[in-house]
Design a protein around this ligand. Structure first.
Ligand code: GSH
Length: 208
């Protein structure tokens, strides 16, 4: 059974949710190892040279990194769970389209807001950097709002690996002070996500 290295509250939450789903509905018994990021915790550096989560250790001992690889791998592990889609289908490409967009655009749109020092060490510039970051993220949210309008999940009526990933970011908007009043589709999507048993289970586990 695979082992997931995750950090509480980090983007590894998406893989955590998928593993909880497979555990509850398909008898998978994953191992979950909680690590601390950017600290003197050697655990994550032993399995990932960049010290990042998510990292997945397979039964063979091989290590996988990157949400963009781990989520599809987990989706294919139990195809009958319907968390991904068969090779060659447009639906599979749509799910990958979402994962690519979340990985390259959404994730990094949070960085100037949460870690302005990454862009300029001068703390006097940080409010400007954060506000620019919020404006950019809001632009992306306008795009997502249009895509989610009249849909239950990212590619239709079925919860997929793309939702495990997207939901993590969409329910964290308050944490970075992004007002969401103008995004009704995003708000109801985030509420649906937070109510999923696997999301509740992963959230509880990450509190401990
Ligand atoms: N592109 C990677 C990014 C992973 C990533 O940056 N994870 C963050 C947590 S959300 C992390 O581990 N940060 C620790 C660090 O950069 O030192 C992915 O999507 O898997």
């Amino acid at each position: 059974m695979p082992t997931l290295y995750y950090a509480p509250g980090a983007c590894s939450f998406a893989s955590h949710v998928i593993l909880r789903t497979l555990e509850a509905n398909h008898g998978l018994k994953p191992e979950l190892i909680s690590v601390k990021l950017r600290q003197e915790d050697p655990t994550i550096h032993q399995v990932n040279p960049l010290g990042r989560v998510p990292t997945l250790k397979l039964d063979t001992g091989e290590l996988l990194t990157e949400n963009g690889a781990i989520l599809p791998y987990l989706g294919d592990l139990v195809p009958e769970a319907g968390l991904f889609a068969p090779a060659g289908t447009v639906e599979r490409a749509r799910i990958q389209e979402w994962i690519g967009f979340i990985n390259s655009d959404i994730h990094y749109a949070f960085r100037p807001i949460g870690r302005p020092e990454f862009y300029n060490v001068n703390t006097e510039t940080h409010d400007v950097i954060r506000n620019q970051g919020r404006a950019h993220l809001t632009k992306l949210l306008n795009h997502i709002e249009k895509k989610l309008t009249n849909l239950t999940w990212a590619v239709g009526e079925r919860f997929t690996i793309a939702d495990a990933y997207l939901g993590y970011f969409l329910r964290n908007l308050a944490r970075v002070n992004i007002p969401t009043d103008q995004f009704p589709a995003i708000n109801s999507y985030a509420a649906r996500y937070s109510a999923l048993p696997a999301v509740i289970a992963a959230t509880e586990a990450e509190k401990t």
